[in-house]
Design a protein around this ligand. Structure first.
Ligand code: ATP
Ligand code: ZN
Length: 284
């Protein structure tokens, strides 16, 4: 009994997918000639595939789980399969128009030609705005379509926006915000589900840890209550006396978003020697 997990063979998702699984204590061999690679720690086999094929493999039960961009899952209308959001490969599907276009809102797109690899997602954006455009589905190099006269606008994946800019395009609308997700087949037997649950337990511990930081600081005893109040942590903070009279060492866990604000407040209260370090795993 083995669970099959499909991940991208070579592309933007590959390195981070492998890194995440390795952080879960799974020895994942990098894709070489072999497309099926067993994992020694759990009854799991990695299938290296093109990302476009992963939804079909999981939907049909050839693979039990798969790791790919939410954009591909939504484009395939397969959102019920999503079981976890993984927080990497963040990007957005955006509409872009030639820099000099007099774009003044979605109605500008009415009657225009839009080149995209994501016709379903673009169509639902246009329907939402009651706009009808002529969609041209192309599978790659979408951003050159306006320059060669194939389209008036494009809808493509963007992270920094540099590719659009260098092709004389301007980003005007966000159609979809994406990140990597884990999908699971709707028909998994209990034995396979038990194996998947073991992997999910590790995955959740790693994802939780990525959102948190461990913090250590030295605090004058008179300020301990005030400091504890802004460091809720997973449980209450650990407080230990320092050799320096009147001072204590405080250890806690803080959320990664906005942690600079917390550090500013701690410094204002007179905390010293503030150390913040990453955490590898959190099992609550
Ligand atoms: P494959 O050969 O497997 O079909 P691909 O060329 O379709 O690969 P990649 O370019 O490797 O796909 O992108 C895979 C995924 O990475 C995208 O579907 C998207 O979820 C994500 N991604 C993150 N940032 C970007 C970006 N700036 N441009 C394109 N995709 C991005
Ligand atoms: Zn692809």
């Amino acid at each position: 009994m083995t669970v099959r997990m499909a991940i991208q063979k070579s592309g933007r998702l590959t390195d981070e997918s492998i890194a995440l699984l390795r952080a879960c204590g799974l020895s994942i061999a990098a894709p070489s000639g072999r497309l099926r690679v067993p994992v020694p720690e759990v009854p799991l086999e990695i299938l290296y595939l093109r990302d476009d094929d992963i939804v079909d493999y999981v939907q049909s039960g050839v693979a039990d789980v798969g790791l790919l961009g939410a954009n591909v899952v939504h484009e395939a209308n397969a959102t019920p399969l999503i079981v976890r959001h993984l927080g990497f490969a963040r990007c957005r599907l955006s509409i872009a128009v030639p820099r000099e276009a007099d774009y003044d809102g979605p109605s500008w797109l009415h009657g225009k030609r839009i080149a995209t690899s994501y016709p379903t997602l673009v169509r639902s954006f246009l329907d939402h705005h009651a706009v009808e455009s002529d969609l041209h589905r192309i599978s790659g190099s979408v951003e050159i379509a306006p320059a060669i006269g194939l389209a008036d606008a494009v809808c493509d994946l963007v992270s920094s926006g540099a590719t659009l800019l260098s092709n004389g395009l301007r980003e005007v609308e966000t159609v979809f915000e994406s990140e990597a997700v884990l999908i699971a087949s709707p028909s998994i037997d209990t034995e396979r589900q038990a194996i998947i649950d073991r992997v999910l337990f590790r995955l959740d511990s790693v994802l939780r840890a990525q959102r948190l930081r461990y913090i250590l600081l030295n605090v004058p005893n008179a300020k301990l209550d005030a400091v504890s109040a802004i460091l809720p942590g997973l449980s209450s903070p650990t407080i230990m006396p320092l050799a320096r009279p009147g001072w204590s060492s405080v250890h806690s866990v803080i959320r990664v978003d906005g942690y600079w604000d917390v550090i500013d407040q701690l410094a204002l209260l007179g905390a010293e020697g503030i150390l913040v370090t990453p955490i590898e795993t959190v099992v609550p």
